[in-house]
Ligand binder design. Structure first.
Ligand code: PBG
Length: 339
C-alpha cells in the first residue's frame, strides 16, 4: 500500500525546507530565538583605587577607570539601577603596600574590604563578588607565594588565600571568587568559611582558568603588569587542554563551589559547553579584559560596530551554555538591550 505521506511530505530537501522562512520577520525571529540575554545574566567588574581623587583612566581599557571609593559607590548604585544583579571588585593596591608575602591581601582594613563595606551599606541590594588571589598584593605579581627559586608555592599559598577570603566575607562580600588556580583552595576556603559561621557565602570558582594573553589589560588595571616578570603557566591551564578542564571543575564542585567560572570567554566557548553539559552547575563565563580591549580598539577604528559586537559576543556565551557572564560591557549591554 502506498503511504500517502510519502508523496506529500517534503523529504527535508529544498524547496520543502527553507531555513529562511522563520528568519524573514522580526516577530518570527523572536519566536524561534533559542537564547536570550537579559540584565539578570550580567556581572559588572569594577576597579577600585585608594584616595579621594578623580577616577583614573586605564589606557588599554578605554572607557573603564579605577574608581576611588565615592565613585565606586556611585558605580555600584548605577549597576543596581541598571538591573545587573552583581558587581565584581578588583583593587589597584598602592605599590608601597605590595610585598613578597602579599600580606595586604589579608589586612581586614584593606582597600577591598573598605569598599565592600561601604557598598554593602549604601547599596545592600546588589551582590558583591571579590577575587581571591595574591597578584594585586605581591611585589612579583603572581597569584601565590614564591619560593627563593621562583616556584609558586601551592600549600603555603592556601593559608594566605584562606585569610584573604575570610576578611572579605567578614567585610560583607557575597561571592568569594578564587582566581588563583592553586590546588585545593576551594575546599580549604569552604572549610574556613563554614568554621567562621559564613554558611551563606557563595564560592564562584575560577575552575578552568587558562594561562592567557587576554589578561594583559587587566594586569595594567590592577598594576601587576609592572611587577610580573614571568608567566603563570605553572598554575593556570594550558590553552590546549579540554579534558583537564572537566577534572578541574569536578574537583571544585567536590570541594564546595556553588558556581563555576570558565575564563577567558570567547576562545573557550567549547569548554563552557562541555562543562555545562557535564555538570549542569550554575556556570559563568568571563569576557576578559583583552576581549574588551579588542572590541573597543576595533570599533574605535571603525572596523566593527561596537554595539553589535557587544550583544553578539554576550549572546554567544548564553548560547554556549553560560548562565551568566562577567563583562566590562555589562552595564552598557543593559542599555543596548533596552534600546
Ligand atoms: C587575578 C585575575 C586575573 C584576572 C582576574 N583575576 C589576571 C590574571 O590571572 O593574571 C583577569 C581578568 C581580565 O583579564 O579581565 N588572579
Amino acid at each position: 500500500m502506498i503511504n500517502r505521506f510519502q508523496k506529500t511530505t517534503p523529504s527535508g530537501a529544498f524547496p520543502g525546507t527553507r531555513m529562511r522562512r522563520s528568519r524573514m520577520e522580526p516577530w518570527s525571529r523572536r519566536l524561534v530565538s533559542e537564547s536570550r540575554l537579559t540584565p539578570d545574566d550580567l556581572i559588572q567588574p569594577l576597579f577600585v583605587v585608594d584616595g579621594a581623587g578623580a577616577p583614573e583612566d586605564i589606557p588599554s581599557m578605554p572607557g573603564i577607570q579605577r574608581l576611588p571609593l565615592n565613585h565606586a559607590i556611585k558605580a555600584a548604585e548605577a549597576a543596581m539601577q541598571s538591573g545587573v544583579p552583581a558587581i565584581a571588585l578588583f583593587p589597584y593596591t598602592d605599590p608601597a603596600l605590595r610585598s613578597a608575602d602579599g600580606r595586604e591581601s589579608f589586612n581586614p582594613d584593606n582597600l577591598i574590604c573598605r569598599v565592600t563595606q561601604a557598598i554593602k551599606n549604601a547599596v545592600p541590594e546588589i551582590g558583591i563578588m571579590c577575587d581571591v588571589a595574591l597578584d594585586p598584593y605581591t611585589d612579583h605579581g603572581h597569584d601565590g607565594l614564591m619560593s627563593g627559586s621562583g616556584e609558586i608555592l601551592n600549600d603555603e599559598t592556601l593559608a594566605v588565600l584562606t585569610r584573604q577570603a575570610l576578611i572579605q566575607a567578614e567585610a560583607g562580600c557575597d561571592i568569594i571568587a578564587p582566581s588563583d588556580m592553586m590546588d585545593g583552595r576551594v575546599g580549604t576556603i569552604r572549610t574556613a568559611l563554614e568554621e567562621a559561621g559564613h554558611h551563606q557565602t557563595l564560592i564562584m570558582a575560577y575552575a578552568a582558568k587558562y594561562a592567557s594573553a587576554f589578561y594583559g589589560p587587566f594586569r595594567d588595571a590592577v598594576g601587576s603588569s609592572a611587577t610580573l616578570k614571568s608567566n603563570k603557566r605553572s598554575y593556570q591551564m594550558d590553552p590546549a587542554n579540554s579534558d583537564e578542564a572537566l577534572r578541574e571543575v569536578a574537583l571544585d564542585i567536590d570541594e564546595g563551589a556553588d558556581m563555576i567560572l570558565i575564563k577567558p570567554g570567547m576562545p573557550y566557548l567549547d569548554i563552557l559547553r562541555r562543562v555545562k553539559d557535564a555538570f549542569a552547575m550554575p556556570t559563568f563565563a568571563y569576557q576578559v579584559s583583552g576581549e574588551y580591549a579588542m572590541i573597543k580598539a576595533a570599533s574605535e577604528r571603525g572596523w566593527l560596530s561596537e554595539e553589535e559586537a557587544i550583544l553578539e559576543s554576550l549572546t554567544g556565551f548564553k548560547r554556549a551554555g553560560a548562565d551568566g557572564v562577567i563583562s566590562y560591557f555589562a552595564m552598557q549591554a543593559v542599555t543596548l538591550l533596552s534600546a
